[in-house]
Design a protein around this ligand. Structure first.
Ligand code: AMP
Ligand code: MG
Length: 429
């Protein structure tokens, strides 16, 4: 009887990859919208960005100095300078001076358009100009060096040419991309909208931070940890509050999520008497699986919540705060990034030498909370504290999750281990 029960129980437990592919199969990129370029920061382009202009728009000077014809100064040296007539001064924003004749020069500032007929710019340092004296009325300047075509001239279209695809659809936009789009004169871009993610805590013992705590209660850390992780992944979190461990309380709260793209609950998915999130999901939609071969994070429900004709994916994370965050990393972050338009983009995984032991008695995939550091150019990982799934402080110290595979009964100190990086603290690397 006992062994039958346990076999049946194991059958319903699915592998991490299986769980991930089942979850990701119901998600796709969301609708496309126009976003102001600053608002688009962190979002993903839904259309190529094509320039309608040249950047820079005109040939312009890379230096403060003199625009000249380089043939005029062929043999110039400090001992044998060449005298040129100064016919104008030009600054950024001016129209190009027209037209430079032989043995003439134009005093030119950085970014100013190169005069028509000029072929290069000689920096002040290589001339007789005391460039601090902006009111100099000298009509001549001595040039102390030769030059060549194009020297110190930034060509029109050197950065971007009109008609060019500057950024490809699918690019995640960061500061440099936003600057580039602004330089094209565009105030809006087409991006995939951010997912709206509803977050629900469940449990009679759970209480709102900021309120006073009654005996036997604990504060709701899951809603806030998950909401922060949703934000970091690029979604818009909305915290629905705390449902009691009763069917109607959970059902009522879940009825509020009909506008969401994704619902994440915590707790109430394991095998206790009051673990009824699964029941609510079955009754109000369908349940795909409720147990994953991983530690922490084994009790994890996934299904579709039905609101009239709408089906909303729901991940029921475990209640233990470490389990909730670790499972979020594996399943919810990839789903959010997929909706945002990022092709599935897992966290970077590195190889490190493990300082401690990771034990794996029952063939699950272990995600041990670890501190990765570098010693003599080699990554090491030491466990960040007690590995129980309620020890949030050890999770908060960790910068990575060291992985012991399902088929390995332990990883020993000194062995190499894969670590999924959560953060890259710059003082460590
Ligand atoms: P459960 O999955 O309901 O059995 O919960 C597992 C453990 O997680 C219990 O010790 C709960 O008290 C704890 N827990 C559940 N929800 C939260 C929450 N929102 N914040 C912090 N701890 C929680
Ligand atoms: Mg509970």
């Amino acid at each position: 009887m006992v062994s039958n029960h346990s076999a049946c129980h194991n059958e319903s437990m699915i592998d991490v990859e299986d769980a991930l592919s089942k979850i990701l199969s119901v998600f796709s990129t969301l609708s496309i919208r126009d976003a102001n370029i600053l608002e688009a920061n962190g979002m993903v382009l839904a259309q190529d960005v094509i320039s309608e202009i040249n950047i820079p728009p005109l040939d312009n000077s890379a230096m403060d100095g003199y625009a000249i014809k380089h043939e005029d100064v062929n043999d110039a040296t400090p001992k044998n300078p060449k005298t040129l007539r100064v016919v104008a001064t030009t600054a950024a924003g001016d129209l190009p001076y027209s037209t430079l004749l032989n043995n003439e020069s134009v005093r030119i500032m950085t970014g100013a358009p190169v005069p028509i007929g000029a072929t290069s710019v000689i920096p002040f340092e290589d001339t007789s100009d005391n460039f601090k004296d902006k009111t100099s009325s000298d009509k001549n300047v001595l040039i102390y060096t030769n030059s060549e075509t194009g020297k110190n001239v930034r060509k029109a279209g050197q950065d971007v040419t009109s008609g060019e695809i500057v950024l490809k659809s699918g690019t995640e936009l960061h500061a440099s991309h936003i600057a580039l789009i602004a330089s094209l004169g565009k105030a809006k871009v087409k991006v995939f909208r951010r997912p709206e993610v509803a977050i629900l805590a469940t449990g009679n013992e759970i209480s709102e931070p900021g309120s006073s705590l009654n005996k036997g209660q604990i504060y709701d850390s899951n809603s806030y940890g998950i909401a922060a992780a949703v934000k970091e992944a690029g979604g818009n979190p909305s915290i629905l509050g705390i449902a009691k461990d009763d069917f109607h309380s959970i059902e009522e709260k879940l009825n509020m999520c009909n506008k969401s793209d994704f619902v994440i609950t915590s707790a109430g998915v394991s095998k206790g008497d009051f673990d009824i999130v699964k029941d609510v999901l079955s009754k109000n939609g369908s349940i795909e699986f409720h147990s994953v071969r991983m530690k922490p994070g084994k009790p994890l429900a996934f299904g579709m919540l039905q609101h009239n004709n709408k089906h909303i994916p729901l991940v029921g994370l475990p209640g233990n705060p470490v389990s909730a965050l670790v499972a979020f990393e594996q399943f919810c972050r990839p789903a959010i990034r997929l909706m945002l338009g990022n092709k599935f983009s897992p966290r970077a995984t590195i190889k490190a030498i493990l300082d401690d032991e990771i034990r794996n008695p029952d063939g699950r995939r272990i995600y041990a909370r670890a501190i990765v550091y570098k010693k003599n150019d080699v990554y090491h990982a030491s466990l960040s504290g007690v590995q129980s799934s309620n020890i949030l402080s050890a999770m908060a110290k960790a910068n990575g999750l060291a992985i012991c595979p399902e088929n390995k009964s332990s990883v020993q100190p000194g062995e190499e281990v894969a670590v999924m990086m959560l953060y890259w603290p710059s003082e460590v690397f």
